[in-house]
Design a protein around this ligand. Structure first.
Ligand SMILES: *Cc1c(COP(=O)(O)O)cnc(C)c1O
Length: 362
């Protein structure tokens, strides 16, 4: 078994830490340590370390910088009411990293090693897991191709690393419904492409659409399918749910995992919790036209987006080139709140965990 070499970092003072944890925002503040593990075709995974957080030294010819062979994950550590710490379904992230690795012609990391890497960092930087409501420690595992070679082929060497960043709520203002821009000019992902895996290139391709959304006064972009420009796929970094009333029982509709939609851990958790709550669920293609028509007629009750960062965000208004429409008066609906409370309750150890998703340490 690969053991981690521990190189302790100089720790920042309790005062400095408290000041940074007061209002960490998202992705700006980092903890004292990081984990790195190397890979070579000839050796497999080797050289696992916990080291001080700091710059990586890379050749300017590093493959990841030129051809985008980079993949990542995102998960959170939560402070528990009893003083412990918990990860939410980290095995799902380990599995998805490997599904992504396969698509990008990169080596798979044993799930056991992924989990130990994440826990090694969380254990070392436990003091950085923030404890205020809504806060968490965001964990960013990632892998880059490190061959110093400009030829186009899969790298023979890789670096896997985990960094950690204390986080408040993703959107300032918390549960306020957001406005989204439906992008008709740009696609995020195409059939046969990389939309279903977590790779940097998908985000690079989404930034201009996101900028356009912001210019249009919107918080987030919603992407349509690349072929017909008709079907709703997902938001920039969140999966989407449309809530109907089916004879007094909520029905949650979400687009199916068609190969260009990212299979969110939160999406999967919402589907399973919804069934547990006695709601109906339907994974089926959902068109932009249906969204607008049902919002305008009032048949559609709620729309929300979900992902590790925001957990659950209500969508109040959708804006397109042909004007905008609101969903249920742009106020958050009861199903959105119920689902959020259920999932947040499990993540933070405030509610029963019927599926055994929470991985706790004292
Ligand atoms: C990460 C991500 C999501 C959400 O996945 P979670 O596992 O729920 O955090 C949704 N869409 C895209 C494009 C993503 O990259």
């Amino acid at each position: 078994m690969l053991e981690f070499d521990i190189v302790p970092a100089p720790r920042r003072s309790a005062e400095e830490r408290a000041a940074l944890l007061g209002d960490p925002g998202f992705g700006r503040v980092f903890t004292d340590h990081m984990v790195t593990i190397r890979y070579a075709d000839t050796k497999g995974w080797y050289d696992a370390r916990l080291v001080p957080f700091g710059p990586l030294s890379l050749s300017p010819a590093t493959a990841a910088l030129h051809y985008g062979q980079e993949i990542f994950e995102g998960l959170k550590a939560y402070a528990m009411p009893d003083g412990g710490v918990a990860l939410f379904r980290p095995e799902a992230n380990a599995r998805r990293l490997n599904a992504t690795a396969v698509r990008l012609a990169m080596p798979e990391l044993p799930e056991e090693l992924f989990l130990r890497a994440v826990w090694t960092l969380v254990d070392a930087d436990r003091d950085w897991v923030p404890t205020r409501p809504g806060q968490s420690l965001y964990l960013r595992p990632f892998m880059i191709a490190t061959d110093p070679f400009l030829g186009v082929r899969p790298s023979s060497e890789y670096l896997f690393a985990v960094i950690a960043s204390p986080a408040g709520s993703y959107f300032a203002g918390g549960a306020k419904p957001v406005t989204v821009w439906v992008s008709e000019d740009y696609s995020r992902a195409a059939p046969g492409g990389t939309g279903a895996v977590k790779t940097a290139a998908n985000y690079a391709a989404s930034l201009l659409a996101q900028a356009q959304a912001q210019e249009a006064g919107c918080d987030q972009v919603v992407f349509l399918d690349a072929v017909e420009k008709r079907w709703i796929e997902e938001s920039g970094s969140m999966n989407l749910f449309f809530v109907y009333d089916d004879g007094g029982v909520p029905l949650l509709v979400t687009p199916p995992l068609n190969g260009s939609i990212l299979p969110g851990v939160t999406r999967d958790s919402v589907l399973r919790l919804a069934e547990h709550l006695g709601y109906g669920v339907a994974e089926r293609p959902y068109s932009q036209a249906e969204w607008r028509a049902d919002a305008e007629s009032g048949k559609l009750r709620e729309t929300f987006a979900c992902g590790t960062g925001v957990v659950i965000t209500s969508i109040g208004t959708a804006r397109t080139k042909d004007g905008e429409f609101t969903i249920a008066g742009a106020t958050e609906g009861p199903v959105t709140s119920t689902i959020r409370d259920a999932i947040v309750g499990i993540q933070r150890g405030l509610a029963e965990d019927p599926f055994g998703w929470s991985r706790r340490r004292p």
